[in-house]
Ligand binder design. Sequence first.
Ligand SMILES: Nc1ncnc2c1ncn2[C@@H]1O[C@H](COP(=O)(O)OP(=O)(O)OP(=O)(O)O)[C@@H](O)[C@H]1O
Ligand SMILES: [Mg+2]
Length: 291
Amino acid sequence: MTPDLLEEGARRAAAHALRAEPGKTESGGRQAGFSRIARPGEVDVTHGRILYLEEVSVSFDGFKAINNLSLDIAPGELRCIIGPNGAGKTTLMDIITGKTRPDAGRVYFGSTIDLLRYTEPEIAQLGIGRKFQKPTVFEQLTVFENLELALKTNKAVTASMFFRLDSAQSDRLLEVLHTIHLADSVSAQAGNLSHGQKQWLEIGMLLMQDPKLLLLDEPVAGMTDEETERTAELFLSLKGRHSLMVVEHDMSFINTISDIVTVLCEGSVLAQGTLEQVQNDERVIEVYLGR
Ligand SMILES: Nc1ncnc2c1ncn2[C@@H]1O[C@H](COP(=O)(O)OP(=O)(O)OP(=O)(O)O)[C@@H](O)[C@H]1O
Ligand SMILES: [Mg+2]
């Protein structure tokens, strides 16, 4: 067992002890997620976890894609998830975002929000943004219009027709434009951007909604080396302000951005630690890195 896992276990045991003693929890002994109303914009991270999965399993036609998986992420953390094809990485994101319902287990956003009680759009509203592998921007619209549209998506059609950015939203848009390195392309049509720029624009559209947790599935696939480097800078700049879960096969990218790396295999956590630690783990070499 690695020191990380030991520390992790001690932390989890402390959290369990709190739960076991009614009256000693910060929710006054009430069951987490029960009779407590999650206010929009607020996630209770008093237990030091923005995301918490415990013993989650899901099968497709008898095949266990996720198998008794437990994982948690700290607020502001940038967690990298690696593992062989079919390990369950995308399925894990499907479960967190409500696209797939697990057969068993618990999935919490902060200490109190039971994600299994929410629909996919509700989970997005709670502050979990997801980026799929393929960029999905509006090609006919400009960079500016795409970012502006990201603010409108929750509004009724009539409201969105009369929608004008207020000054806080304009400031946010400008800030996001700089963050995603597209300030010079604000009037460019999205369809004319490079593959990497489209990926950044889509990340920018997610950022417009100020998500607390961002899930990014293979964000640098198909990018040039230079675009990959700029994406690494971008993710490092988001860390702290947002929590991120990044799935990637590109090891040099993982090396640049990672603190803790979780290795998934056959739907479970095979190893966890720094990239160096997991790279030296015999089991990881055998199933993934040694190929
Ligand atoms: N909706 C589904 N129905 C049936 N099988 C599925 C479904 N979603 C995923 N699977 C299966 O579950 C397993 C895990 O798939 P998943 O896409 O999560 O792997 P992954 O780790 O993201 O792999 P990759 O690195 O190739 O993207 C695969 O065997 C896949 O075929
Ligand atoms: Mg995948």
